[in-house]
Design a protein around this ligand. Structure first.
Ligand code: FES
Length: 115
């Protein structure tokens, strides 16, 4: 997979508090807007593969995602699960906003996404 950023949507399509699932380089990725900061992560819950776009975000800090099926809680800055505790549970993608566009790329292996 390329390590370049890929444009996946417009900022106006993901207003604060909302999530959206997109495709990037053949993978499903979910974008979240938490109080104006964009996060991206693998689209399916590592517990039982629930689509994480059907979840809720919490402002924090740290910014968090609560899975809509069984309630696992993830730190969106690191990918760590908070409940139940498990380090680097959810693969986080790097994000950037260029003008009105959201761009993502996978974080380097073993590294939390830089913001
Ligand atoms: S599928 Fe997400 S917590 Fe169970």
């Amino acid at each position: 997979m390329s390590d370049e950023f890929v444009r996946v949507g417009r900022l106006r399509d993901v207003p604060p508090g909302k999530l959206k699932q997109v495709r990037c380089a053949g993978q499903d990725v979910t974008i979240a807007n938490v109080s104006g900061t964009i996060y991206a992560f693998d689209a399916y819950c590592p517990h039982a593969a629930w689509p994480l776009a059907w979840s809720g975000v919490e402002v924090g800090p740290p910014a968090r995602l609560r899975c809509g099926l069984h309630g696992w809680l993830f730190d969106l800055t690191s990918g760590d699960a908070i409940l139940p505790p498990e380090p680097q549970c959810l693969p986080i993608w790097e994000t950037r906003v260029v003008g009105e566009h959201i761009e993502v790329r996978p974080a380097a292996a073993g590294q939390p996404a830089a913001k």
